[in-house]
Write a protein that binds this ligand. Structure first.
Ligand code: ZN
Length: 198
């Protein structure tokens, strides 16, 4: 049965279904990020404009369940990141710091292959590979972005974080990550971001 809103009851226990093949839930609505929402995020601006002229593709979707933003609660859901590239850069999530910077997050990969790119304001970079069954812990202070390095299926992960952490997208939108994950000779490669803006 479809819920009318994503505000799930939180004074009782809740059980939600997330599909292990699609990552989607029939019970709550996902938020969608289209190619047009990713302006300025890919390094190859020309490739981005050409792609967008052809089609405004769905890049990823994820869940916001309306859980109260207090330290007592946990926000959770799935992210479904579709395969593709802009130029030679793989489809990725925008990536964010938490507004409460010193809050952690955990991702559990359900399906697909990719990476979780992380960096803290001091410039330390961490990269973990995603494959089904892998749980990646994002320590406090680290921005995080998922990257789908598969040419076929979606990268599906389940996430949970302190509900009052908040999202700071702006820092990454303006500065970018220090590293990019691109395809070179048919394989994912980590390179320095030539446009990284300190
Ligand atoms: Zn987060």
């Amino acid at each position: 049965m479809k819920r009318k809103s994503n505000d799930i009851p939180i004074k009782k226990s809740t059980a939600l279904f997330f599909d292990l093949v699609t990552g989607l839930s029939p019970e709550v609505h996902s938020k969608k990020r289209m190619l047009s929402d990713m302006k300025g995020m890919y390094s190859d601006k020309d490739a981005y404009e050409i792609m967008l002229d052809q089609q405004d593709s769905l890049i990823y979707e994820f869940y916001e369940l309306g859980i109260p933003k207090t330290p007592h609660h946990l926000a959770y859901g799935t992210t479904i990141l579709y395969p593709g590239k802009v130029g030679n850069e793989y489809f990725m999530t925008k990536g964010h710091f938490h507004q409460k910077l010193a809050t952690a997050e955990v991702y559990y990969c359900i399906k697909g292959h990719g990476m979780l790119l992380m960096e803290n304001p001091m410039g330390n970079v961490e990269i973990q590979k995603f494959s089904p069954g892998i749980a990646v812990y994002v320590p406090p202070n680290y921005a995080h972005r998922s990257i789908n390095t598969s040419s076929s299926g979606p990268l599906i992960s389940f996430f949970a974080f302190r509900a009052d952490a908040g999202h700071d997208y702006k820092t990454i939108e303006t500065k970018g990550f220090r590293k990019l994950i691109v395809e070179q000779d048919g394989k994912p490669k980590v390179i320095d971001n030539p446009n990284w803006n300190r």
